[in-house]
Design a protein around this ligand. Structure first.
Ligand code: PEP
Ligand code: MG
Length: 591
């Protein structure tokens, strides 16, 4: 974070999560922007205060139903079901009774009483160290904020459906109920206090193609509604009161980006073939069927990772076989003739569906997660496997198991799959008998014995996010150790190398579906190590394709060999980056 005082320009640094540059007026959302004054009221004012509260709750109820209807139309009933939880929070009798008590007995205004109660409930839930309950705490604050906005007469200003002019939204974090309905034609960018590239803001911004910078600390208290700012989703900065010089420089950057984007878009229908004729399958990662249009637009050839767990989150009941089948089938059909790799549930760690009790684990990332959960809950696993198998009758579907760490575990998963196949045959339901089955390499121990696994899978997909975290003992969500999170660490590269070698010996293929697959600076190493498929977020696909088409496999192999012997992650990255920058300088000039 740095201040450039003489010009009044102030620049704040965060984590860039969605590319693009824009500038305009700022709207600050959230508690820091709401001034809630505590005021004593006379006893005879109590009934009218309580009436005001009742009106605000009723108005908020109408708003939520309105938003729910819009979300149903735009995204379907599943997304809209989130608002059922919001409506329950809004009408929570315990909360409202406490507000009534405060107003009636302590004679304070209803804004102050309501705010106090909302904070009390949200804090209590947030402190329980449970991710599901933390999300509910966010719901309480979100709904509470809507009621307060009505009480304070600010609802219009905060209603993102009707923004008066294009603006940058600054918020502690953005709630899904807010982002789902915003007037996207008038949102220039998102800047938030909270960090974490898996936050709702990051995911939503990337999908909408709106520049976003998160993890800006206390930005909501450092900037005011109406101030002018520039957001840079490439470099991860928010510049308040930018000087003419800054605006000019960013204007040039934007122009260069636009020109580059045009060149990248022209490659959409081209294959990802190196200059010396090696084809790399370039696929993309999705979370839900709704992501398919942007995947197709990106020029990706198929889905290298469908994170199926997103069908299970933010809801109270598990999705039925039919619901899953329809979702997988939709993706398989949209992706044809290219393949779709559906990863079985990877929940646990930081993701658990509402209906499953938390176990209060000390180290959830080392705990009950992914395949361990599926094997412990055979009914859930069977339902999902049956749905995937049935969808395989409608396209080129592959199954992948996450977080496999031992051969018995893989065998148990394969045995479940075999039982599902037998059941479907007996029921006369069609599926692809030759469907490929693979596993993720995310656990270092699994990479070390990849040759053992290679006999019993059709392919490997390296999850560099978890493989890096587990190999280097670095929490992938912790900002404090973020600089240590290095997929080019020679230790990680050697594990990938072992995996590729084992696969080759058994004539299997290997993909990478972690974030590294979408980083042009790392891609030369991955293909040089012999990776056959890269699967990146759709937004990263065009640049990776551009680079692959300018690489020479011989040079990439030489770079990978040097990197394997490098002394540090930085040295290995420099080797890879230098080849990438030499092969496709355009990709790096405009950053
Ligand atoms: C990975 O670990 O690299 C991966 C792709 O899985 P996820 O990010 O969903 O854990
Ligand atoms: Mg993973």
């Amino acid at each position: 974070m740095s201040d450039r005082i003489p010009t009044g320009e102030r620049m704040y640094r965060g984590i860039p999560v969605s590319v693009g540059v824009s500038h305009g007026k700022v709207i600050v959302l959230g508690d820091a922007a709401r001034t809630i004054l505590r005021r004593e009221i006379r006893p005879e004012e109590v009934p009218s205060e309580l009436q005001r509260l009742q009106d605000a709750v009723a108005q908020t109820r109408r708003d939520l139903l309105d938003v729910q209807r819009q979300v149903t139309e735009a995204l379907g009933t599943h997304e809209a079901s989130l608002f059922d939880a919001h409506l329950l929070v809004l009408e929570d009798e315990m909360m409202l009774a406490e507000v009534h008590q405060l107003v009636g007995e302590q004679h304070i205004n209803c804004e102050a009483a309501y705010h106090q109660v909302v904070e009390k409930f949200a804090r209590a839930l947030g402190e329980l160290g449970d991710d599901y309950l933390r999300e509910r705490a966010a719901d309480i604050r979100d709904v509470g904020g809507r009621v307060l906005d009505h009480l304070l007469g600010r609802a219009t200003e905060q209603d993102l459906r009707h923004l008066p002019e294009p603006c940058i939204i600054v918020a502690p974090d953005l709630a899904p109920s807010t982002t789902a309905v915003l007037d996207r034609t008038r949102v220039l960018g998102f800047a938030t206090d909270a960090g974490g590239t898996t936050s709702h803001t990051a995911i939503m911004a990337r999908k909408l193609g709106i520049p976003a910078v998160i993890g800006l600390g206390d930005i909501t208290s450092r900037i005011r509604t109406g101030e002018y700012a520039l957001i840079d989703g490439h470099g991860g900065t928010l510049t308040v009161n930018p000087t003419d010089q800054t605006l000019f420089e960013y204007g040039q950057l934007k122009q260069r980006r636009a020109a580059l984007d045009e060149r990248l878009a022209a490659l959409r229908d081209q294959p990802a073939i190196t200059l010396d004729g090696h084809e790399v399958i370039l696929a993309a990662n999705i979370d839900q069927p709704e992501d398919m249009p942007s995947l197709l637009q990106s020029g990706a050839h198929g889905v290298g990772l469908f994170r199926s767990e997103f069908l299970f989150l933010n809801r109270r009941e598990l999705p039925s076989e039919e619901e899953q089948y329809l979702a997988y089938r939709r993706v398989a059909e949209a992706s044809a003739p290219h393949a779709v790799i559906i990863r079985t549930l990877d929940i646990g760690g930081d993701k658990l569906p509402a209906s499953w009790a938390r176990t209060g684990e000390q180290n959830p990332f080392l705990g009950w997660r992914a395949i361990r959960i599926s094997l412990a809950l055979p009914e859930v696993f069977h339902t999902q496997l049956r749905a995937i198998l049935r969808a395989s009758a409608h396209g080129k579907v592959r199954i992948m198991f996450p977080m496999i760490s031992s051969l018995p575990e893989l065998r148990e998963a394969n045995a479940c799959l075999e039982r599902c196949r037998e059941d479907l045959r007996a029921e006369g339901l069609p599926f692809d008998e030759r469907l490929e089955v693979g596993m993720m390499i995310e656990v270092p121990g699994a990479a070390l014995i990849a040759d053992t696994f290679a006999r019993e899978v059709d392919f490997f997909s390296v999850g560099t996010n978890d493989l890096t975290g587990y190999t280097l003992a670095v929490d992938r969500l912790n900002e404090r150790v973020a600089p240590l999170f290095a997929p080019t660490h020679p230790g990680v590269l050697r594990l990938i190398h072992l995996t590729v070698e084992a696969a080759r010996r058994h004539k299997r293929w290997v993909g990478v579906c972690g974030e590294a697959a979408g980083d042009p600076s790392v891609v030369p190493l991955l293909v040089g190590l012999g990776i056959n498929e890269l699967s990146a977020t759709p937004a990263a696909v065009p640049a990776v394709k551009f680079l692959l088409r300018r690489l020479r496999m011989g040079e990439a192999r030489a770079a990978a060999e040097k990197a394997l012997a490098a002394e540090s992650a930085e040295e290995a990255l420099a080797i890879s980056h230098s080849l990438a920058a030499h092969s496709a300088p355009e990709l790096f000039q405009s950053s």
